[in-house]
Design a protein around this ligand. Structure first.
Ligand SMILES: C[S@@+](CC[C@H](N)C(=O)[O-])C[C@H]1O[C@@H](n2cnc3c(N)ncnc32)[C@H](O)[C@@H]1O
Length: 275
């Protein structure tokens, strides 16, 4: 791909998703674009890029999804899950004990491992009689389809799950493992771009948005942080990836005492909206 085409694609992807395309990704990037090229019937990248410049919406969408980095694993960064289980979730369960309702969002869930890890953790908690909305979203339609199917290879399962977890929550397939039908009912997966309106989500107790915004440009990252703060319930918690912070909008969040990396919104969302 020519430098000019690369820069055009990088601008398009940034505007559509917030994602920054690193120039060094050259050959790896082209490899990711090839299935899209074949699917749309282009003979080479040059022809595809020429069509893209004419405003081919479906192609632009497919290319944006193709460049996403979907690396993930079950219980990735286990100490974050331990803190969630031992401190943050018990705090939210106590806060919601009147209404018995929890709403949790895995934002940028890739192929679903993060959401299923949450589901397994919640399954072991004293939540009988509660309404627990566990919502998981991603920009990539392929990733969401894989997450919904809940089929994982032996390699995927070995990354993060104990034998006990597998025995309790999976059934064995010929070529891997499938999430049990009981657990499957507990997660709602949906394709969703974090640059779009969050209007359908509100009063969320816990948002995991891990290892997503670190690939965003600064303006998009800050815009998403603002909307995440608005979407959280007062006293709710945002968890970012291990190497991420709320830098740029740290005025909207305070770190939860005793739970580094977990942030609560600083004000009531309504007050913030009015301001
Ligand atoms: C590296 S994965 C992180 C998965 C999981 N949260 C974790 O930490 O293991 C990043 C995910 O963010 C998604 N993503 C990137 N840009 C997005 C956007 N604008 N809206 C929604 N999801 C996006 C990608 O498709 C990808 O699946």
């Amino acid at each position: 791909m020519t430098q000019e085409d690369f820069l055009f694609l990088a601008r398009l992807v940034r505007r559509r998703s917030g994602l920054l395309l690193a120039e060094g990704r050259g050959p790896a990037l082209e490899l990711r674009l090839q299935p899209v090229m074949r699917r749309f019937g282009f003979r080479d990248a040059k022809a595809m890029m020429a069509e893209l410049r004419l405003g081919h919406e479906a192609l632009a969408q497919a290319l944006t999804e193709a460049v996403t980095i979907n690396e993930t694993s079950f219980f990735r960064d286990p100490h974050q899950f331990a803190r969630l289980r031992d401190h943050v979730l018990p705090g939210r369960i106590a806060a919601r004990s009147g209404e018995k309702r929890l709403r949790i969002w895995s934002a940028g869930c890739a192929a679903g491992q993060e959401a299923w890890s949450l589901a397994m953790m919640l399954d072991a908690m004293p939540l009988s009689g509660w309404t627990v909305d566990l919502i998981a979203t991603d920009l990539s339609g392929d990733a969401i389809a894989r997450a919904k199917a809940g089929h994982y290879s032996q390699y995927d399962v070995l990354r993060g799950l104990s034998e006990e977890d597998v025995a309790r929550h999976f059934t064995a397939l010929e070529n891997g493992f499938a999430i049990s039908s009981r657990l499957k009912r507990t997660v709602r997966f949906r394709k969703f771009n974090l640059l779009d309106s969050f209007g359908w989500l509100d009063d969320v107790d816990l948002i995991l948005c891990r290892n997503v915004l670190l690939h965003f440009d600064r303006v998009a990252r800050i815009a998403v942080l603002e909307r995440l703060a608005e979407t959280l319930a007062p006293g709710g918690a945002l968890l970012l990836g291990e190497s991420e912070t709320v830098q740029g909008r740290s005025d909207l969040f305070q770190e939860i005492a005793g739970s580094p990396g977990f942030y609560s919104p600083t004000e009531m969302p309504v007050a913030r909206l009015a301001g």
